[in-house]
Design a protein around this ligand. Structure first.
Ligand SMILES: Cc1cc2nc3c(=O)[nH]c(=O)nc-3n(C[C@H](O)[C@H](O)[C@H](O)COP(=O)(O)OP(=O)(O)OC[C@H]3O[C@@H](n4cnc5c(N)ncnc54)[C@H](O)[C@@H]3O)c2cc1C
Length: 432
């Protein structure tokens, strides 16, 4: 089993306490894959300098200056999939661009003194659309409920049996596909409902008090500002601001060192290399022995003058489940963020094109003539390729069966979003 509570005695018992629920909300449903003796290490090696590895190092190092922490990273930079591209006043995140509300994320921002650079996203840019067969419809609870509520109810009830796909749990095609494409770049039949929405499937432990009451208490714990329901928040300068803040702070710690351009194949290899027990290794990357499936996305930054796209409504973005369209999602970057993302008089869109639908740049540009604007964009730049792990049905329950001889953290295990990764790091550090 990989529930740390079953391994770590009295500290572990607190993992499902009322206080833990108020602090971490339904993240408490997610298993922690922590080695039994991890918190007793005098030296720790963290593999992977993405958001997960950096936050884990920061949380443990701030609490325990007596523990030596080395972060091993195979590339020459920190941040993992997070990177912000910028050029001549255009600023575009290649991966995550904003966070949904969670107190753990807000606490991280406050503790890193990044509060002045962090603000709620633009409230007028909340609308999301789904485009099918060339027709764009706004997503709303009414739109969902108008589509066979009995079927939805039966799906949700079934999902509580565990191990189901999102398509089984929310039998609402193409809305379920639009949703999973937007979150994990995959079709809903291929995605584990427990991993994506453990609250809905009631995965793991249930809260000790009515969930609505806990949520209300949780709402009062936000530092900096209390976010509105359904809102997002982001950094001036993009997500790179968070990575830079973490790296700068970690560089000031005497007990933390970075080893970049070092690739290791397994936790066992790191333990041997650094003469550490296996229980002192935290693996924050994929493991070739049980991960290997990904979907791949081509990411474009596309800009127009405001006049060119005056017919495009201000909003969050559009999801496109149609497999014959090379574009699966359009995010209205300059509408969403409070900080500027485009030069004066312009709008910036981020375009996602999954590899399975991707032919070439021209095909993407062509489809934008129908989806956004007939005229030529003033900016059309491919800013990166990103791989997103697959989370097939049954994935979350399979994590329970791993034997945690070493600790595993990050989006391969904790959940897809930055809130999962950041919360998990804080929960693990609570064990120290
Ligand atoms: C296109 C895209 C859009 C996204 N949008 C959102 C969003 O809107 N909202 C949201 O909340 N989240 C979003 N995410 C997810 C979010 O970015 C991730 O949850 C988070 O960044 C994962 O961080 P991580 O540290 O777990 O993993 P990674 O960023 O993958 O970091 C892992 C690190 O480990 C290193 N590594 C791997 N193997 C080894 C090895 N063997 N030896 C040494 N080093 C190794 C890698 O080089 C990398 O630096 C998005 C992701 C992508 C790709």
């Amino acid at each position: 089993m990989c529930y740390a509570s079953q391994l770590i005695g009295s500290k572990g018992d607190n993992l499902h306490s009322l206080e833990a629920w108020i602090r971490y909300g339904d993240e408490v449903r997610r298993p922690l894959c922590v080695a039994e003796d991890f918190h007793e290490s005098s030296a720790i090696c963290i593999v992977g300098a993405g958001l997960s590895g950096l936050t884990l190092a920061y949380r443990i190092a701030s609490k325990r200056p007596d523990i030596q922490i080395e972060i091993i990273e195979k590339s020459n930079r920190c941040g993992g999939v997070i990177e912000t591209w910028s050029h001549n006043g255009w600023i575009c995140d290649v991966a995550v661009n904003a966070t949904r509300p969670h107190p753990a994320f807000w606490r991280l921002v406050r503790d890193l003194n990044l509060g002045t650079q962090f603000s709620p996203s633009n409230a007028v840019a909340n609308s999301r659309w789904v485009s099918t067969s060339g027709r764009s419809r706004k997503l709303s609870p009414w739109f969902m409920l108008g589509r066979n509520p009995m079927r939805i109810w039966r799906g949700v009830k079934n999902a509580r049996k565990g191990g189901r796909s999102v398509a089984d749990s929310i039998p609402l095609t193409p809305i379920n596909d639009a949703m999973t494409l937007g979150i994990v770049n995959d079709y809903s039949a291929n995605v584990d409902a427990d991993f994506l929405m453990p609250s809905m499937t009631q995965f793991g432990e249930n809260p000790p008090r009515k969930w609505s009451k806990i949520k209300k208490q949780m709402q009062s714990t936000y530092p900096l500002f209390t976010p509105k329901r359904g809102s997002t928040a982001s950094f001036a300068g993009g997500m790179q601001t968070l990575v830079d803040g973490l790296v700068e702070t970690l560089n000031d710690f005497e007990n933390v060192t970075f080893s970049l351009n070092v690739s290791v194949d397994s936790p066992e290899e790191v333990a041997k290399m650094r003469n550490l027990p296996l229980s002192s290794i935290a693996w924050c990357g994929p493991l070739s022995r049980n991960q290997g499936k990904y979907t791949e996305l081509n990411i474009y930054a596309v800009g127009y003058t405001i006049e060119q796209v005056s017919a495009v409504k201000v909003g969050y973005g559009t999801l496109i489940p149609d497999t014959n369209c090379p574009v699966s999602g359009i995010l209205h970057e300059s509408d969403v963020h409070a900080s500027p993302r485009a030069p004066e008089g312009h709008r910036l869109f981020r375009i996602m094109s999954p590899n399975i639908r991707h032919k070439d740049d021209e095909a993407v540009k062509d489809s934008l003539r129908d989806l956004l604007c007939k005229s030529e964009p003033v900016l059309f730049e491919k800013i990166g390729i990103r791989r997103i792990p697959s989370y097939p049905p049954g994935y979350m329950s399979s994590l329970d069966n791993n034997n945690p001889k070493y600790t595993k953290a990050g989006w391969y295990y904790s959940g897809i979003s930055v809130t999962h990764v950041v919360t998990e790091a804080e929960r693990i550090a609570d064990l120290f």
